[in-house]
Design a protein. Sequence first.
Lengths: 158, 749
Amino acid sequence: MQVTVTVNGEEYTRDVDTRLLLVHFLRDHLGLTGTHWGCDTSNCGVCTVWLDGVPVKSCTVLAVMADGHAVRTVEGLERNGTLDPVQEGFVQCHGLQCGFCTPGMMLTARWLLDHNPDPSEEQIREAISGQSCRCTGYENIVRSVRWAAEHSTVEATK
Amino acid sequence: MSPAIGGTLARLDGRAKVSGSARYSGEVPIPHLAHAVLIGAPVANARITAVDATEAEQSAGVLAVLTHLNLPKVAMQPSLLPSLAGLAAPGHTFFPMQDDTVHYAGQHVAVVVADTLERAEHAATLVRIDYDTTPPVTLLEEIKDQAYEPQKIFGGLLPGRQVRGDIEAGLRDAEVRVEAMYEFAANHHNPIEPSTTTAAWDEVGRLTLYDGIQGPTSTQLTAAAFLGVPPAQIRVVSNYVGGSFGSKAMVWPHATLAAMAARHVGRPVRLALNREQMFTSCGHREQQRQHLTLGARADGKLVAVRHHKLSLTSHFDDWAEPSLQSPAIIYDYPNYEGIYRLGRGNINTPTFTRAPGEATGMFAMESAMDELAERIGVDPVELRLRNCSDTDPATGDPWSSSGLRECLERGAELFGWAGRDPRPRQRREGNWLIGTGMATAAYPHAQPVNPQRARARIYSDGSVIVEAGVSEFGTGISTAMTLVAADGLGVTVDQVRFAGGNTDMPNITAAVGSAGAGAASAAVHLSVTALREQLIGMAVADEQSPLHGADPAAVVVEGGRMALRDRPDAGETYSAMLQRKLVPDVEAIGNWIPPAQDVGHGMHTFGAQFAEVGVDAELGLIRVRRMVGVFAPGRVLNRRTAHSQLMGGMLWGLGQTLLEATRMDARSGRWANASLADYLVPVNADSPDVVVDTVEVHENVVNPLGVKGVGEIGVVGVAAAIGNAVYHATGYRARSLPIALDDILSQAS
Ligand code: FES
Ligand code: FES
């Protein structure tokens, strides 16, 4: 079946198997491998992308369900070669080790900051509660999102 | 102190990882790629009586169905040796699909290859396999009466029995004895990236394997042995690895199966394990039971320790994680007996799981020490201090470095331990019973046995590339090696590029047992030292150099410039010299030969863990409120990455204590909770306030930079610290991990 999906502002039309998951569509068909895959039970959250502006686990969405919709992935966080403050925060605050959970964490964090520019530590933890990190112990992830919150304000007033 | 080492440089792989451009082993773009899906046996003890692959073979897009009937035989079976040995390192001495026997559930019985993942997955459901089954044996309870004492465990590295002194007399004469049995559920690593291998053969029979592994050479040598292909024809690439924790320390069959499938279909093949397969395809921490008896004097000084372990292994390997090693030497006592006993069952061979052995053995030891402290009325920290040893009690050799006393004291101070009321159930906040506990951490310092190499090259513009075949699985090794190289050459970190991640690079053994940073830093340090000496040698020999005729030993390097120590104005930069001499680049190899095991020093890493818990008096719910961990890992190369690893390790300890258990369904012989929905790992809501600190020790034995590593030590002792805190809060002594709420409730009421 043919689908047309807008990913990071660009339109892609592809013939796909109806059973194809959005996560594999992004990875195998579009080569956007920044979206990862880690479980079969929608628990780990490494496949998180935005679908029409809302974070979803792309392993629980069929590619055909994204037909006519807009998807944002980690590759779409950066603007004109400048890292999003969330990305910068994860680098500065060491919010990652192996980095496998990072794209999903950042997409959720970006969504949180768009809706709540100054989240408390509690609110950050709540927002990323659907995502697992096996490496870092989470502290630095929370710090990274706080860093982004603090630096986004600076950014906006510039 | 060196300017770069020990600092807090942000990770150099950060940008690739936050932009989504870091390619893990299942993400390297390869034209004409086919996908392989494994089929695991749904039964645990059986013979395959029939295979019908017709329908699958006719399904759209299918390229091949491989089973024991048509998979080529392996060329040889290498023996099971930890990958630290630097040789072929199969996870078990068994290769699937060589005959019709099923030894454990999940054993690979077929590989389906198709042009897309979806088509391969669908076709896998169409393969019909009939089994003649026998009831499986999968529990400790079922094998305890047939258990045997193995000659060697842990891939032949350790003896099955260790003794010193006279255990019977020691225990008999002890004034106080503490004896208890400890139970441990099986654990699975569950890195967030499932293991994936992509295999591509070229026209002349050379193989490239993109494999997520802790050391690319181990995959190269293992696949070479199985396939009967010379290692020189196999290139392994492992640029980014999405976590491992031991699951990618050894080379499991799927890597070779990917290569076999690719050869069979004449196309590159990607083989990714799914999450359920991660529970049966790359080892686990075995279900085990430990029986521990401490004998002490009335003042708490230990005199004898008996520590026996019973655990479950596979039908083909004597594997037990070395749980008895650290408790055997952590304190100073003369009489000891440690015995491993094994029973064979229908399970895969267990393997390294982060802090392999110490995570369990030190729970037993440090829980018993807490009981001893209470029995004799001595503060738990004081009890440890009284038993600290300046020498390795097994050999009498001094420690290469210890720092245990300092860790205990510093931890107690950071945690605010002083003045603790030792009586249980004394503190309450609303419904929460509050308690505190502590434990010692210890991890043996492991060394590779073979030479470790790195290569350093400087160009005439002063830029430097350093290469070593390490893999980056989250530890921050590339960042740390950049610091080591910059310091050794006296250049800034932005002048250095470190490259690793494939077998074309100088060989470094797999980074296991926290030995990775020590081995790689030794090789890198020696390579840049050799390069620096070569450059200084060129300068002092060059008539046009301001350093001409100088004693090389009087030349120091800083900011990319060589100068006399006493006369900093006399000197020149590397690039000025190289450009004048029309030399495009200079290169040197570092070749580190690890010290033999009998260096005349005991080598161990120590630390101390403290925890505060709240236990809901009615629900039995345990919340860890805060943890303090202080460690003495020798030289810390990059404080930022090291602290992060230690903190992550402490959260692993929390998971082991409160959440993590893989439960066997004994009737089917299958893991009952093989998914991330049912195998609980700590999520951020579980993570308490964590303070990590390190104490400095003088370490110059283990390797040139004195690096002992931080991968495992953070985990060790956490379970006992939390368990002891639970006891302090509730009066319930947990002797089984993970600690179950119902145990607390039944005890508390
Ligand atoms: S892959 Fe784990 S939640 Fe989607
Ligand atoms: S950084 Fe490895 S899973 Fe989060």
